[in-house]
Ligand binder design. Sequence first.
Ligand code: FEO
Length: 390
Amino acid sequence: MRPVEIKPKVYWVGGVDWDLRSFHGYLTPRGTTYNAYLVVDDKITLVDTVKHYLFDEMLSRIKAVVDPAQIDYVVVNHVEMDHSGSVPKIMEIAPRAKIITSPRGKKGLVRHYKRDWECVVVDSGEKLTTGARTLQFFHTPMVHWPDSMVTYLPEEKLLLPNDAFGQHIASAERFDDQLGWNVAHEEAAKYYANIVMPYGDQVNKALDALASLPIEMIAPSHGLIWRTFLPDLLKVYRRWASHETEKKALLVYDTMWGATKKIALALQDGLEEAGVPVTVRCLQTSHISEIMPDVLASRAVLIGTPTLNNGMLPTVGAFLTYLKGLRPKKRVGLAFGSYGWGGQGAKEVKSAMEAMGWEVPLEAINIQYTPGDGELAAAKEAAKKLAEVI
Ligand code: FEO
């Protein structure tokens, strides 16, 4: 396996996980990579590692550049095991190596691996000289875990931000321009929506802290390395972190006998007549993680469920549980559904939207049995009212 020199004497030595199709429940049809970087200087530094089962792949790439036993520092930017999973093995092979990590990183490593490796715990902003180069570390708590930090190489204007700016793409290409903005942006948005979205405030703080640094290249720990589309990437990250959306609507629903689907179509009709583009996602065919990029982009989110056993359908419940954890803000919501008796499903959806702090200007549209023409016309009018709000 060959390394890729991304800057003079800085090598990508990561692993490509071609077969990964689910990253703790987030579907990854393109697979992913775990990106590790080797900085060759008077002192040799490995920044992050790979998931445990790709250790041999990483090692063979390192061996193509240096003797791994000569590694002096192993930077652990983040303890999650897709990046720290090969730390135990590399520490065996590189006996003189010290781990560089944040205070919470050290605690996390001890908790997870029950090992007492020699650690250099760094403060935010602290620098380490490796010879001709400097490594500077900035704590970025909650992007993605409390331990997270980024590593900056000022001489190369290179940022190694770990999870931030990542995308789940397995490819032979290493750089953004090799696959193009459309693919890179699509997967970066999906990654942000499914992994980073709850931490918008922390992302904004990190973007503020990094704004004064000259950056020419961002090499994250998943997917492509950004060297061409940096301005576009930073712009969309700022928008996502600030919960900015487009004047679009997302309709998510499940249906038992087709009644809730009829209401969904009437709502779509009303929104489109009012000039609002609508994305329609049925939970029988769309996985919850595939819907999150639509949530990321859409100002209005309409969620529909029939009532089953005094509550919402389990598919809708799973979607709302996932959505609640990802904490999208500044959305306008509308709940809808059908029922035979009771009618609790749509009411529960409305309550869940309110609990997330969304603006819910209209009562839930809740129709008994199959909706009639008049009820569908009323739903269409409700959608037009919603369009005025968004
Ligand atoms: Fe890619 Fe939070 O780990």
